[in-house]
Design a protein around this ligand. Structure first.
Ligand code: 5GP
Ligand code: ZN
Length: 114
């Protein structure tokens, strides 16, 4: 999948609608369209990298911001104290569907592994 037909690139550029929870220069967080938990937000770098294999290609500091923004989103959504999962799917066995690196922030009920 190229950046041109990547849905998360389109959301990052404002070319496709999403319910934005938080945004800054390099990172944007928005509601998952098919929430699997009461709180289910996706946090993505604006720049396109398909998965963790290419994470080194992101600008300096962006990976740290993904973590910090996830925590800020959890606070905003009221699950920072009850707890939440920060999950990045990579490749077929993980169930990764969208090939633009994204972190799931999931909470609002008791979760189990995997
Ligand atoms: P993955 O399985 O790749 O880790 O997760 C992809 C997530 O993106 C899924 O939870 C799915 O519901 C969500 N998703 C897929 N397409 C869209 C979309 O167009 N907009 C939003 N907001 N979420 C999407
Ligand atoms: Zn993309």
């Amino acid at each position: 999948m190229s950046e041109n037909d990547c849905i998360f690139c389109k959301i990052a550029k404002g070319q496709m609608e999403a319910e934005v929870v938080y945004e800054e220069e390099g990172v944007i967080a928005f509601e998952d369209i098919n929430a699997k938990t009461p709180v289910h937000v996706l946090v993505i770098p604006r720049e396109h990298v398909p998965s963790m294999a290419e994470v080194g290609g992101l600008p300096d500091g962006i990976t740290k911001r993904l973590f910090e923004v996830a925590q800020a989103v959890a606070e905003k959504k009221g699950v920072a104290e009850s707890g939440y999962a920060f999950r990045i799917n990579n490749g077929p066995d993980s169930g990764q569907e969208v090939l633009h690196l994204h972190a799931h922030v999931m909470g609002g009920r008791r979760l189990s592994m995997p």
